[in-house]
Design a protein around this ligand. Structure first.
Ligand SMILES: Nc1nc2c(ncn2[C@@H]2O[C@H](COP(=O)(O)OP(=O)(O)OP(=O)(O)O)[C@@H](O)[C@H]2O)c(=O)[nH]1
Ligand SMILES: [Mg+2]
Length: 306
């Protein structure tokens, strides 16, 4: 008598993992590295990220759904900052696991407040100590790790460098060890919840922030208005929104030189993303006080996740 053995379906694990931390600690750089593609803008300035952005890493039976969030800045009270902070809090509330990202050797009052928020959330948390490449004395790292680990019941502490890629494997292993059993939330081939259009806007915004110096920091936004895929070329028309006429002048620059450089750098990135030739047309438009206007924020996708 023959017996048919039906193999047990392999158990899958899937978890929502919130990347939380002060502005500029490297959350987005880390997400881009873990996913292996540039999903969102990173710059040397704080307050680069404005939305919750998912980066999806599927390996074997495990799916890690990273939620990149705006840096939490508890000092700021402007509407746009309150909205950004709420976006981060919402991600924390939704998370199965929190990655609290700090910079090696630095732990200030801002970090303490975030640690307190994580404690309140009751979520399990990994402490991710980023930018270890900046540590000149590696021996200094150990007391830092020990002090932080003693202060809070982290389920793990992972020093790494999102920039050089050192110990990213260590982080993924720790995350995989702490996500719950469950079905995949996304197709294993999917890398993000965001469409190409969003990634294009992020690349243009990144180029702009890199070319602007300190001059027009965070009152700029980018909206792609037209996107046409033609046989050889993709034509993209995008609008750069600023709040004041003076800012418009700065973005455009003398004789349009700055806008030209912003466009050239963005086009190179867009061509790499789309793997084809891109014709990019940028226009600068003044939309007064958009950072203070809830509707304008919503129109730009800068809003609470739910
Ligand atoms: N040296 C070094 N720099 C890093 C590392 N990770 C990120 N950076 C740099 O830190 C800066 C901020 O990186 P982001 O990824 O934009 O930081 P963020 O935490 O997402 O910032 P917000 O979106 O503003 O909250 C960029 O200039 C990165 O290149 C790292 O491991 N080492
Ligand atoms: Mg960011």
């Amino acid at each position: 008598m023959s017996e048919t053995v039906v193999p047990e379906p392999a158990t899958t694990h899937c978890g929502l993992v919130a990347l939380i931390g002060r502005p500029n600690v490297g959350k987005t750089t880390l997400m881009n590295r873990l996913v292996g593609e540039k999903l969102a803008a990173t710059t040397r300035r704080p307050h680069t990220t404005r939305n919750r952005i998912l980066g999806i890493v599927t390996e074997g039976q495990d799916q890690v759904v990273l939620m990149d969030t705006p840096g939490i800045d508890t000092e700021r009270t402007q509407l746009v900052n309150r909205v950004l902070n709420r976006t981060a809090s919402q991600a924390l509330a939704d998370a199965d696991l929190v990655c609290f990202i700090v910079e090696a050797g630095e732990f200030g009052p801002g970090d303490e407040r975030i640690e307190e928020t994580i404690r309140h959330s009751g979520r399990p948390a990994l402490l991710v100590i980023n930018k270890v490449d900046q540590c000149r004395e590696k021996e200094e790292l150990l007391p830092f790790i020990e002090a932080r680990a003693a202060a809070f019941g982290y389920v793990g502490v992972v020093p790494l460098s999102a920039k050089t890629g050192s110990n990213l494997d260590g982080l993924i292993a720790e995350i995989r060890a702490h996500i719950p059993e469950g079905p995949f939330l996304y197709d294993p081939d999917q890398l993000s919840d965001r469409p190409q259009r969003f990634r294009a806007e992020e690349m243009i915004r990144e180029s702009m922030l890199e070319h602007l110096g300190q001059e027009v920091p965070y009152s700029v936004a980018v909206r792609v208005e037209e996107w046409a895929d033609e046989p050889r070329t993709t034509h993209i028309d995008a609008v750069i929104l600023v709040e004041r006429d003076s800012q418009k002048g700065i973005v455009i620059g003398k004789g349009g030189q700055r806008l030209k450089r912003i466009g050239q750098a963005a086009r190179v990135q867009l061509e790499a993303l789309l793997e084809r030739k891109v014709m990019l047309r940028l226009t600068v438009r003044v939309e007064a006080d958009w950072t203070r206007n809830p509707r304008a924020l919503r129109d730009l996708g800068i809003e609470e996740s739910r």
